[in-house]
Design a protein around this ligand. Structure first.
Ligand SMILES: Cc1ncc(COP(=O)(O)O)c(C=O)c1O
Length: 474
């Protein structure tokens, strides 16, 4: 007799993905400036630590909010006993207003359509339970956030069918890619229940264009399926073009109260925009009453504590604070993003042009020994173990092309980011020199193996490296 359930013993959780394995390696040997200066720098974690000082100074000025007090009166008992899964009305109101603010107040949200969940993780899974049966499918554009294999599939039994996007058009979704994914699901005998996108994208760090959003709306209308838009990074947009929510496009198309209006659902969370992943605050926004009712009942399994709701309702209701926070946070993210892009450039590495998120989608195809995922793994291992940087390989994001990596830039100090870039550049220079030496040796021994030397060696000549070193020293 089996002692444990199939679910408990199956390995579809995805924790053996290199995305999670990199975290484990980091945990074993974490970089610390004074204690472990040779340790691994964590660049695989999409956390925002750039604006904690703003939150902390608000807390210092508003001690009641975190101190179980309202207008100086203790409300400990009230908070300790509150257990309604509809959430604190004040908090839901403040949260929908914040969501509208991050969308430039071009759309408004009704708090009665909002369901609180323990983070976006829980919101996405709950939506799967509401919209699909085990064995039915959602289409997801690749590359996608590695956690989705766990969040969407593991406990629900729902399948993910990839919509293959490629670098040829900067990984944008096309009509043919959507149709191909739909046909692929049919070939696999999977009924398609919807499309799930992240906008802004994790891992691309880009916002979706209106034309992409229109394409998606046309597609789900034609196929009579759902669209989930995970907008967890909606307030984490620091460059143009600005963020456009699918809700705004639906409004512009006068879709209010049509069938498609009820089939579009938004996922949100404060893990990224406020940098509070530990607080576990997420939400589902849906125009479908049945979805709202079902998700509310399911939210019993992952509620947000009343203490957290109380604190955050005070914080988010302070409009002066939210306005200043969003502006200042975006400014800081923009600076950080520039630092990473320039650091990569100095190492002869480019990345996808991006305007959002806490990471860059980095192109290291030229550093691969061959155009394969084995070569990507080989390079990834070198970067984790030899260079001491934990980054996420494209394969873990189901990218169709080997050689892309996600690198996070907002979960460390400027100094650590600079060190990470120095390490990466030294690695590229050293590898270049090594292979150049090999090439010279082979050449002089009239046994040149030029064909086996990666192309990048020739692009980043040692002269370029010397020039970079000089400019660094200046
Ligand atoms: C696109 C996306 N959705 C969901 C999540 C999970 O977020 P939460 O911490 O709110 O559960 C993440 C976290 O990285 C994410 O990037």
């Amino acid at each position: 007799m089996r002692m444990l359930s199939t679910k408990a013993t199956c390995n579809s959780h995805g924790q053996d993905s290199s995305y999670f394995l990199g975290w484990q390696e980091y945990e074993k040997n974490p970089y610390d400036e004074s204690g472990n200066s040779k340790g691994i720098i964590q660049m695989g974690l999409a956390e925002n630590q750039l604006s904690f000082d703003l939150l902390e100074s608000w807390l210092a000025k508003n001690p009641d909010a975190a101190g179980f007090k309202r207008a100086g009166e203790f409300i400990f008992r009230e908070l300790a006993l509150f257990q309604d899964y509809h959430g604190l009305p004040d908090f839901k109101k403040a949260l929908v207003e914040f969501m509208a603010e991050t969308r430039g107040n071009k759309v408004t949200f009704n708090p009665n359509h909002l369901v609180l969940t323990a983070g976006a993780t829980s919101a996405n899974e709950t939506l799967m339970f509401c919209l699909a049966e085990a064995g039915e499918a959602f289409l997801l554009p690749t590359p996608y956030y590695p956690g989705f294999d766990r969040d969407l599939k593991w406990r629900t039994g729902v399948e993910i069918v990839p919509i293959h996007c490629t670098s040829s058009n900067d990984f944008q979704i096309t009509e043919s890619a959507l149709e191909e994914a739909y046909q692929e699901a049919h070939k696999r005998n999977l009924r398609v229940k919807g499309v799930l996108v992240t906008n802004p994208s994790n891992p691309l760090g880009t916002t979706m264009s209106r034309s992409e959003l229109n394409l998606l709306i046309n597609f789900i209308t034609a196929k009579s399926i759902h669209l989930i838009s995970d907008e967890i990074y909606s307030g984490t947009v620091f460059g143009s073009p600005g963020f456009v929510s699918v809700m705004e496009v639906l409004k512009d198309r006068n879709c209010d109260n049509t069938q498609v209006w009820n089939r579009v659902h938004i996922v949100y969370s404060l893990s990224k925009d406020l940098g509070l992943p530990g607080f576990r605050v997420g939400a589902i926004y849906s125009n479908d009453e049945m979805v709202v009712a079902a998700a509310t009942k399911m939210s019993s399994f992952g509620l947000v504590s009343s203490q957290t709701q109380y604190l955050l309702s005070a914080l988010l209701s302070d409009k002066k604070f939210t306005k200043n926070y969003l502006t200042e946070n975006q400014k800081r993210l923009n600076q950080r993003h520039k630092m990473l892009v320039m650091g990569l450039q100095k190492a002869g590495i480019s990345c996808l042009k991006s305007n959002a998120g806490l990471f860059c989608w980095v192109d290291m195809r030229h550093l691969l020994r061959s155009n394969t995922f084995d070569a990507e793994m080989e390079l990834w291992k070198k970067i984790v173990y030899d260079v001491g940087l934990n980054i996420s390989p494209g394969h873990s994001c189901h990218c169709a092309e080997p050689g892309w990596f996600r690198m996070c830039f907002a979960n460390m100090s400027e100094k650590t980011l600079n060190l990470a870039m120095q390490r990466l550049k030294a690695f590229v220079v050293e590898s270049t020199a090594k292979i150049n030496n090999q090439s010279n040796y082979h050449h002089s021994s009239k046994n040149s193996k030029r064909k086996s030397i990666p192309k990048w060696v020739f692009r980043l000549s040692s002269r370029d490296c010397d020039r970079d070193r000089e400019s660094d020293e200046r």
